[in-house]
Each structure stands twice: as C-alpha cells, then as structure tokens.
Design a protein around this ligand. Structure first.
Ligand code: IMP
Length: 194
C-alpha cells in the first residue's frame, strides 16, 4: 500500500523510509513525486499542524497520506520553541540560528535544562484519521556538538546517554527518537487496520 509522506524535510524522509522498510507500506515522499509544495503550518498544536499538512497533500493526490509535526519543548522556556521550532529564530533562519537562540535564552537558567522532542504523526485517507505521539526526553547543553542529524540534534542529549544526537549514529537515533516512537506506533495501528 502506497502512502505519501507529506514533508519536504529530507532528514525526516530518510528516517521514515528506514522505519517502514520491509513492511507492506511503501512510503513515497513529496520529492519522489517532484512536488515542492510548502504548506503553511498555521495550527497551535503539533496535531493541528500534522493534520493541516496531511489534508493539504491528500487534496492534491487523493491517496493515503502521512505527516508528522514535531519540535523541541524546553521546560524552562515554558515549552518553547514548540510548534514554531523550525522558524524559532525567524522565518528563514538556519538550524544554527535556532540552536544559538535556545542556548542564549537558557543563559540565566540553572542546569539541567530539561527538554523533550515531540512528534505527532497523522495518517489521513479522506475518511479515517489516525494519530500517534512519540516523545524523547533529555537535556539541552549550551554548546553544539556533532554534525549528524538535523535541527536541534547538536544541543540535545537524550536521557541515559552522554552524547548529543548530533554525535550519535543515525541507526541509534532512529531507534530512540520521538519520530521513531510515533511512527512505529503508527506502523502497528496501520498493520492492524490494513
Ligand atoms: P516540522 O515538524 O517539519 O515542522 O519541523 C519541526 C522542527 O523541529 C525542525 O525544523 C527542527 O528544528 C525541530 N526538530 C524536529 N525533529 C527534530 C529532530 O529529530 N532533531 C532535531 N530537531 C528536530
């Protein structure tokens, strides 16, 4: 069964394809379809944004769609960057700009800087909506380490580890990540249904 993954983020596409390999579900990315649509994430929650993306892509192709919305939630920053994780330092900012902004905002707070990555996945086929959520808990450090992964990976150390996700292997990240949790849950839910 073909499912379109509604994301332009190639880091996520790589993670998702890995999770769904050897399953009856064939994940097709927007890039695979030659589609560079950019959908505005106007929701106030991860779920709202994931659903907005899934619905917009379903309306183009009329085929089952999957999407996720994810982000970093930092306890001492009252949950920020949250749903604006991608553009925390401004509309066209880089991952580096975002990391520097978070580090700066934490300057006057005592360690540990508890945080979590959250991923809300949504499957939508015009009829059914299925949701699953995954979280990865850890701490933010005040320097960037490692160049693996993307986004806030260089400043996030998952609980139980000594290295940032930027320093950990791709395979390991894919086992423990918030997206791995939400998408593995989704894989189970879909396997029961289809
Ligand atoms: P979106 O889910 O595509 O809207 O992007 C959310 C933003 O959250 C990304 O641009 C990253 O800044 C951040 N983010 C989401 N997942 C991860 C992750 O696995 N590692 C690091 N940053 C992430």
């Amino acid at each position: 069964m073909k499912i379109i993954f509604a994301s332009q983020n190639q880091g996520k596409v790589k993670e998702i394809k890995e999770i769904f390999k050897s399953t009856p579900f064939e994940i097709v990315s927007l890039r695979d379809l030659g589609n560079n649509i950019n959908i505005e994430e106007s929701g106030n929650t991860f779920y709202e944004n994931a659903f907005i993306k899934a619905k917009a892509v379903f309306e183009i192709y009329n085929e089952p769609v999957f999407s996720d919305d994810s982000g970093l939630v930092v306890e001492q920053l009252d949950g920020r960057p949250g749903v604006i994780s991608a553009r925390y330092a401004g509309e066209y900012c880089s991952y580096n700009d975002n990391n520097i902004k978070v580090i700066k905002e934490l300057e006057n707070f005592a360690e540990p800087h508890k945080a979590k990555f959250v991923s809300t996945a949504v499957y939508y086929d015009g009829d059914q909506v299925i949701e699953s959520v995954g979280e990865l808990h850890g701490i933010i450090i005040k320097e960037q380490r490692g160049s693996n992964g993307f986004g806030y990976d260089p400043i996030f150390i998952p609980n139980g580890y000594l290295k940032t996700i930027g320093e950990l292997d791709f395979e390991l990240k894919n086992k423990i990540s918030h997206r791995s949790i939400s998408f593995n849950k989704m894989k189970e839910l879909l396997s029961k249904k289809f």
